[in-house]
Design a protein around this ligand. Structure first.
Ligand code: PEP
Length: 255
């Protein structure tokens, strides 16, 4: 697997953290630390911080993403935000299918697919999250689960559109738990996802696809994880809330 064929991207997922003042301070601390990154850098922030993040990152190498979007362009969906609304603001990325959305907000593979199409149509770059639960790993069905999530999310997506999608493999048992998949486990599943993409599209497309690992990636383990042949950067939760830690992860992924 030739890593030179694709770009590593480190994306922070702030989840429901940071008010506007705190967001501004975190970005100001982070920018000088990550300015020489040799990988893509994205921060996915709460809706209320998007304007602040867009303003604060203007002219820098840091891109801004949202943490979800609705599938309709507009309408009677109280409390929701459309992909078009995000694109109009200048937002570039959007996290879709995060396990916390699946677990707490009834997100299904079907709704992930609808959101993905809406995001692509609006010109956003989705970061599509897939990953197995602990009992699914213990039951030996990790590949079945991750393969199914990937195939259902990508239903109807063209090869051209796929170039704008990042997949993040996030074992649910490793998110926010401090338990990280071993580098071998992460690489094994990332490689499997690449074979699924190859079967759906072709080898060239699969080789060019950025497939991240996410799940308690931190300053201490990022180098080993991102050095794996099929791990193209990471989706970072907790450690993206500390500028120095996030910068260290970016440094590791830039090697
Ligand atoms: C995430 O929220 O996508 C994530 C990987 O969280 P953490 O790094 O905190 O496990």
């Amino acid at each position: 697997m030739n890593k030179a064929l694709r770009k590593a991207v480190i994306a922070g997922n702030w989840k429901m953290n940071k008010n506007r003042q705190e967001a501004k301070a975190l970005i100001a601390e982070m920018l000088p630390l990550v300015k020489d990154a040799d990988c893509g850098v994205v921060i996915c922030v709460p809706y209320t911080n998007l304007e602040t993040a867009l303003e604060a990152t203007k002219g820098s190498n840091v891109k801004v993403g949202a943490e979800n979007c609705h599938w309709a362009t507009s309408g009677a969906f109280t409390g929701e935000i459309s992909a078009d609304m995000l694109a109009e603001m200048g937002v570039e990325y959007v996290v879709l299918g995060h396990s916390e959305r699946r677990q707490y907000f009834g997100e299904t593979d079907g709704t992930v697919n609808k959101r993905l199409h809406a995001a692509l149509t609006a010109g956003l770059k989705p970061i599509l999250c897939v990953g197995e639960l602990l009992n699914e790993r213990e039951g030996g069905i990790t590949e079945e689960v991750v393969g199914m999530q990937t195939k259902l999310a990508l239903a109807g997506v063209t090869k051209e559109q796929l170039a704008n999608i990042i997949i993040a493999y996030e074992p649910v048992w490793a998110i926010g738990t401090g338990k990280t998949a071993t580098a071998e486990q992460a690489n094994e599943v990332n490689h499997y996802i690449r074979t699924v993409v190859e079967k759906l599209y072709d080898k060239e497309t699969a080789d060019a696809m950025t497939i991240q690992y996410g799940g308690s990636m931190n300053a201490g383990n990022a180098e080993e994880l991102t050095a794996q042949p099929d791990v193209d950067g990471g989706l970072i939760g907790g450690a993206s809330l500390k500028a120095a830690d996030f910068a260290k992860i970016i440094e590791a992924a830039s090697k």
